[in-house]
Design a protein around this ligand. Structure first.
Ligand code: PNS
Length: 176
């Protein structure tokens, strides 16, 4: 059954969810473009108890807040549990996801259809800027772990935090 859409007054509010471990220029491109289409954008970082990231959720929030500071209608929060419950609590009826390639599509379609069925939350897929179509947080972490240059792929602040985390004196083994 498809539920009726969530309505929240006249404010058009979208959620950009993800792990953001860490935020990349691809994420930032989607967030920025979404901010031009909606009155408010909530960047929602999943708190995933089952999977420890390279960065803690607080660190990811911190980086996201810094790199989105120039967008007055973007706020950054974390969430736990179902994305649709978070969207309902925030009065957001739309999730915006970037689609890099057809390989993203299968799983994204499953989630989108589940989310519409669960709560009437719609998912809009935004075509990724071709500059970033190969980019993922995992790839960035792998390249950075072995000393590769990721400065074209993530904001400067993230380059610095990656270096500190992966090769800093307190980090132990690369990738720890
Ligand atoms: O950046 P990611 O890891 O691709 O983001 C995936 C995310 C956070 C959007 C997805 O895992 C999610 O929505 N998780 C929340 C739990 C949930 O609602 N699961 C059911 C999805 S149909």
């Amino acid at each position: 059954m498809v539920r009726s859409p969530i309505v929240s007054g006249t404010t058009r509010r979208a959620v950009c969810p993800g792990s953001f471990d860490p935020v990349t220029n691809g994420h930032l491109d989607i967030i920025g473009r979404t901010s031009r289409l909606y009155d408010e954008v909530i960047v929602a970082v999943l708190v995933n108890q089952a999977k420890a990231g390279l960065f803690s959720v607080d660190e990811r929030l911190d980086m996201l807040r810094e790199v989105t500071a120039g967008y007055p209608n973007v706020r950054v929060e974390s969430f736990q549990g179902l994305l649709v419950d978070y969207c309902k609590a925030q009065g957001a009826s739309v999730v915006v996801k970037g689609l890099r390639a057809i390989s993203d599509f299968d799983y994204e379609l499953q989630m989108a259809q589940m989310n519409t069925g669960l709560a009437g939350v719609e998912t809009l897929f935004m075509a990724t800027n071709p500059l970033y179509s190969f980019l993922s947080s995992s790839l960035v972490k792998d390249v950075a772990k072995w000393g590769g240059d990721v400065s074209a792929h993530v904001p400067d602040l993230v380059v610095v935090r990656l270096a500190a985390r992966l090769r800093g004196p307190a980090s132990g083994e690369p990738g720890a």
